[in-house]
Design a protein around this ligand. Structure first.
Ligand code: C5P
Length: 223
């Protein structure tokens, strides 16, 4: 069977990782969550107490660290220099700093080069903000997945509640999502935009299986 790549981009909390993981599982592809790589760099920088954050310092940290994304049934484990940071990189502190770090050109070149390598062998479902525009612009299937801000905040709120995390209110989540969307869309380097050839999927009124089926249908048509 011919293998191909699938790029899924979109704003914060649009459900990209859930969808990408399920699509990858259905096709036997490798799922790569690139947001986790920016989060891992942010974790390492904060861990080493390298504040205030300077681009050259962050780039050195990014260059010198080993990030492993290990697929498993629930998504992927993230290891930084052998340390499992899967849960740690989802903290509010990391979420608050990650877009600042992701706006740094040098950091992006380092991570994008690694992401391109991961996609070189095909058979990858990669999600992020610049996958269809910069990382794999030649991906055979490209999706821009979005949903209304209130829907995205509500979904994340429910997720956090069900895992026993009541540290943030729905209102705070909405503000966080808006702030990150704005930073990601307005940054100079590789801002979040829909690739001209990406299918726009608004999942506000769609269930997860409906979104997955739509993407699998597109894969059947295109490839
Ligand atoms: O996908 P997730 O919300 O975990 O991504 C965290 C942050 O990493 C995003 O808000 C964005 O600033 C950055 N990011 C990026 N490019 C990607 C993936 C994530 O700039 N390809």
């Amino acid at each position: 069977m011919e293998t191909y790549n699938i790029a899924i981009d979109g704003p914060a909390g649009a459900g990209k990782s859930t969808i990408a993981r399920l699509v990858a599982r259905a096709l036997g592809f490798i799922y790569v969550d690139t947001g986790a790589m920016y989060r891992a760099v942010t974790w390492k920088v904060l861990q080493e107490d390298r504040l205030p954050i300077q681009e050259s310092v962050v780039a050195d940290v990014a260059r010198g660290m080993n990030i492993e994304l290990i697929p498993h049934a629930e998504g992927q484990h993230v290891l930084v220099d052998g340390v499992d940071v899967t849960k740690l990189i989802r903290s509010t502190t990391i979420t608050n700093h990650v877009s600042e770090i992701a706006a740094m050109g040098e950091v992006r070149s380092i991570l994008v080069a690694r992401q391109k390598q991961m996609a070189a062998g095909k058979g990858v479902v990669m999600d992020g903000r610049d996958i269809g525009t910069k990382v794999i612009p030649d991906a055979e299937v490209k999706i821009y997945l979005t949903a209304s801000v209130s829907q995205r905040a509500e979904r994340r709120f429910k997720e956090m509640q069900s895992s026993g995390d009541d540290s943030v209110t729905l209102e705070q989540l909405q503000q966080d999502i808006k702030r990150r969307d704005q930073m990601d869309q307005e940054r100079e380097i590789s801002p979040l935009v829909r690739a001209h050839d990406a299918l726009l999927l608004d999942s506000t009124l769609m269930t997860v299986p409906e979104v997955v089926d739509t993407i699998l249908g597109l894969c059947r048509d295109k490839v």
